[in-house]
Design a protein around this ligand. Structure first.
Ligand code: NAP
Length: 301
């Protein structure tokens, strides 16, 4: 399989690159602001460049993992968020429609906003923030332009080794190493998803020719507080450094919806119950992935 990974320098994209290498798939990644000798530069908003790349490389599958993750940044710069997320998805989907292959778009649990019940793939999206609204639009664009050749992978709280150590677990480890007290929400939930497993599942679904939307999240549901405590425990730091408080008392804007839970029935029926490992096993995997040199950088940062 020939894979084009847009956002090859990011958390999800870099694990897609590794997963392709592990499976012996041909792959090409792209970078945007973080130059990478193994990849090619690309701004997904540049339609001509996107078309040229896809026409030249002729991928069987294009993975659209280039996007924003920070909701606060998206609220502050809504036009940029829309350009990267929606215009970018549109340019890529148009190029794939023209030159063949299929498209895998990474989206998130936040498309459902705050919801009291577990959300299935076909449930209506009710986004509340700027980033989630753009993600819903990007999903719609991809469904419209590639009705039979798209896969939307919705995930949550992705964590794993990333060169810049920006994922949520590495940020926690950095603070714990500095013995900073960490105040987290004890009533805001997510489904931590280990990045190497997410990447492998996305590749496998693409190989199987799966289309439509699939929720790809880990088997456990955590609060920010319990995830932080588990991270401290597994990395051998003092769990008392973590304090849990009601989300409404935190000064983080915009607040993430407190209650989100993606249904995993479809994922289980496609790839079995263990396609994504537990949060504890993922954190142990991350601990093993962090080579001594990386840990030194984490401690020093
Ligand atoms: N992380 C999560 O928990 C999570 C959960 C669900 C869904 N998602 C979605 O999955 C996607 C990837 O997330 P991630 O965590 O891997 O993000 P990330 O680590 O921040 O990586 C983002 C990637 O996008 C690239 N990029 C940014 N702006 C670009 C542009 N204008 N043109 C081309 N490439 C651009 C970045 O390139 P440079 O680094 O070279 O600048 C980087 O490779 C995002 O759409 C995110 O919303 C993430």
């Amino acid at each position: 399989m020939r894979c084009l990974i847009l956002g090859g320098t990011g958390l999800i994209g870099s694990h897609l690159v590794t997963a392709c290498d592990d499976r012996g798939y041909a792959r090409l990644g792209t970078w945007y602001r973080f130059p990478h000798t193994d990849h090619v530069p690309l701004d997904v908003r540049d339609g001509d460049a996107v078309t040229e790349l896809i026409a030249d490389y002729q991928p069987d599958v294009t993975f659209l993992a280039s996007g924003l993750v920070c909701s606060g940044y998206a609220e502050a710069f809504p036009d940029e968020c829309r350009d990267v997320t929606v215009t970018g998805a549109s340019e890529v989907a148009l190029a794939v429609a023209r030159h063949g292959g299929s498209l895998v778009l990474f989206s998130s649990d936040e498309v459902f906003g705050d919801s009291a019940t577990t959300r299935r793939e076909e449930d209506p999206a009710v986004p509340t923030g700027a980033l989630a609204r753009c993600q819903v639009e990007a999903e719609e664009v991809v469904r419209t332009l590639l009705p039979d050749r798209h896969l939307i992978v919705r995930s949550s709280w992705v964590f794993g080794h990333e060169e810049r150590g920006r994922d949520r677990a590495c940020r926690l480890v950095r603070k714990l190493a500095a013995r900073d007290t960490i105040t987290t929400a004890s009533d805001r939930h997510g489904q931590p998803t280990y990045a190497p497993d997410l990447a492998d599942v996305a590749l496998e679904l693409a190989r199987l020719g799966q289309t439509g939307t699939v929720h790809v999240v880990g088997p456990d549901r955590h609060t920010e507080f319990t995830f932080a405590r588990l991270t401290a425990h597994i990395f051998g730091y003092d769990t008392d450094l973590i304090e849990g408080v009601p989300a409404e008392t935190l000064d983080d804007q915009p607040p993430r919806p407190a209650n989100i839970c993606l249904d995993r029935v479809k994922l289980r029926s496609l790839l079995g119950p263990r396609a994504i490992r537990t949060t504890a096993d993922g954190l142990r995997g991350l601990r093993a992935d962090l080579q001594p040199a990386t840990m030194v950088r984490i401690h020093a940062a």
